[in-house]
Structure formats: C-alpha cells, structure tokens
Ligand binder design. Structure first.
Ligand SMILES: O=C(O)C(=O)CO
Length: 301
C-alpha cells in the first residue's frame, strides 16, 4: 500500500465494490484504497482513512461505530443525488463533511422519469409481452394506451430534476402544473408551468402525477390514502424520488380499487420488493429497479 497517498475506504457488498468496478483503478492511483470488508477485518491498522466513497444504492450503514473507528475521516462521498441514506447531523458532529453528485444525475433521472411516463401511458409492458408471445396478434386492445400531448402533468417537487422533467414535458406539449415549497417564477415562465400552492389542487387536475421531491420528514408518505382519493381515476402516478414518499399500502389499495389507473415506479420500499409483494403482480404497475442515474455516460468517466 502506498503510504504517501491519502487513504480511502470504499463500500463493498457481496464482492462488488460500491463504486463501479472500473473506477477502482482510477481511485487506486489516487488513494491507498481499501474496501469496507477489509476495513471491518482490521479496523486499527486502517484507521487513518480520510475519505469514504459510497454508492447511494448500497445504503451504507454509516454509524457512530464506523466514524469512531476513522478518527482522521474528513469526507464521505456518496455517488448520487439523494443523501437520505446518511444521517448528516450525526456525521457532522464528528467533523466529517458529506459530498454527493447532484448535477451529474439530473438529466438521466429526468429521462427515466419521461421513460416511465411513456411506458405506463402507452401500456408498453403489456404490448411487449404480446409482441414476443408465440401467439402474437396484429392488434390487441390491451396495448391501446393514452395520449401524452395535451395532457396535464403535475410535478411534485420543482428542483433541478423537476425542472428538467418540465422542459421535456413542454417538448411533449403537455400542460404543466407544479407543487413546490417555493414558487419558481423563472422556471414557470420558461416552461409555461402553473404553480399549485396546494398539493390537492395539483392532484385533482393532473393526468400524470410525477413525484420528484427529496425524502425528508416532511415528504415521508406525502402520498397517502387522502392524496390518492384526490387523483382522477384515469390518472397515473410516477415515482422517481424515494419509495418512502408514498404510503405503499395506500398505493396498492388505490390501484386495486381503481382509484387511480396505474403507477410507474423506479423506487419502492424496500428495494427490491419481496418477491411476493402485490405490486409485482399488478398489470397496471411498471417497476424499474431504481435506475434513475444508470447511464453509461454517468457511471463511466
Ligand atoms: O442519485 C440518486 O439519488 C438516485 O436515487 C439515483 O436514481
């Protein structure tokens, strides 16, 4: 190990490192690198690490025990936008800074949001099944979907990603509503969006409801029984934020009872869902494996 290089710790889960494997060589040139597994086996010897690099997807357990074992630690770098998996207050109390990569992932996450919207709106999953079936047919009513053009998209959370989604929706000639803690007059003007101070107003009018908020105590289970009752029975829910923003039991009920038409989810809780979860069996649900940022361009440099 090169003692002149600063030390870094990377998360390793089941043999794969929490950062892309091809990045390990890049990191090795700059840091004396060890994996979390090696660290756990020999805490004393490796306690001089100054950076921890994690991938948000691994949900590393950054607890007091870990931080006490790394007295020289300066930075925890989490690849991804969301930092809800890290207790920032507790980490700061050890004098450690948290870094993330919010800008890098904005476009890819907005693209996935539109992908889910289109796939759900056009019954694409069902259409694919029919297209590959040995008994395929020339036309099937099940693949007749809904229009996008002229429909109303309600964006819940007009941050960086929400705005990029609005720009894409404008190109699709959608009517755009948004609900946010603060009004965003410039963004509103540039995409022709209308502000809904009350979430209920947005939910009542939208054909597609897109969740883009960060997970926080204020947004946990933001979408519950009442909110689904506010939505149109023809409306679809798209969630690219965090699973916990939705009360999943209320969502299952809303989908089962026809309170809403469909859901397209990149995020759930837990991830992945247990294999017997009702959401896995519903034909009006499209699931992605939390892949908002998973593009070659972002994950390779
Ligand atoms: O970057 C993040 O926070 C993600 O959730 C990726 O989809």
């Amino acid at each position: 190990m090169n003692k002149e290089l600063p030390g870094a710790l990377v998360e390793e889960i089941g043999g794969t490192i929490g950062v892309m494997e091809e990045h390990v060589d890049f990191l090795k040139e700059r840091f004396s690198l060890i994996t979390m597994k090696e660290f756990k086996e020999n805490k004393e010897h490796l306690a001089d690490k100054i950076v921890c690099i994690f991938n948000w997807a691994n949900k590393p357990d950054v607890n007091s025990e870990l931080l006490k074992a790394l007295p020289r630690l300066k930075v925890i770098a989490s690849a991804g936008a969301g930092v809800d998996h890290l207790d920032i207050k507790m980490i700061s109390s050890y004098g450690v800074k948290v870094a993330n990569t919010p800008h890098a992932v904005t476009n890819s996450t907005a693209d996935l949001a539109m992908t889910l919207l289109l796939v759900a709106a056009r019954n694409f999953m069902e259409a694919h099944q029919i297209a590959v079936s040995p008994n395929t047919v020339r036309f099937h009513a099940n693949w007749v979907g809904g229009d996008i053009t002229g429909m109303t998209l309600g964006i819940v959370g007009m941050g960086r990603i929400g705005y990029k989604i609005a720009q894409r929706a404008k190109a699709f000639e959608m009517k755009i509503l948004y609900h946010n803690r603060h009004r965003r007059p410039e963004e509103e003007k540039s995409v022709g969006a209308s502000y809904c101070e009350r979430l209920d107003d947005l939910l009542q009018q939208s054909d597609y409801v897109m969740l883009v908020v960060n997970l926080s105590p204020e947004t946990e289970k933001l979408m519950g029984k009442h909110e689904f009752q506010m939505m149109k029975p023809s409306a679809m829910l798209i969630n690219i934020s965090r699973g916990l923003v939705v009360d999943q039991e209320a969502l299952v009920e809303a989908l089962e009872t026809g309170q809403i038409k469909a859901a397209a989810l990149d995020v759930t809780y837990p991830e992945p869902l247990p294999r017997d979860h009702p959401l896995l069996k519903m034909s009006n649900v499209v699931l992605a494996p939390h892949m908002g940022t998973a593009t070659r361009e972002i994950t390779h440099f």
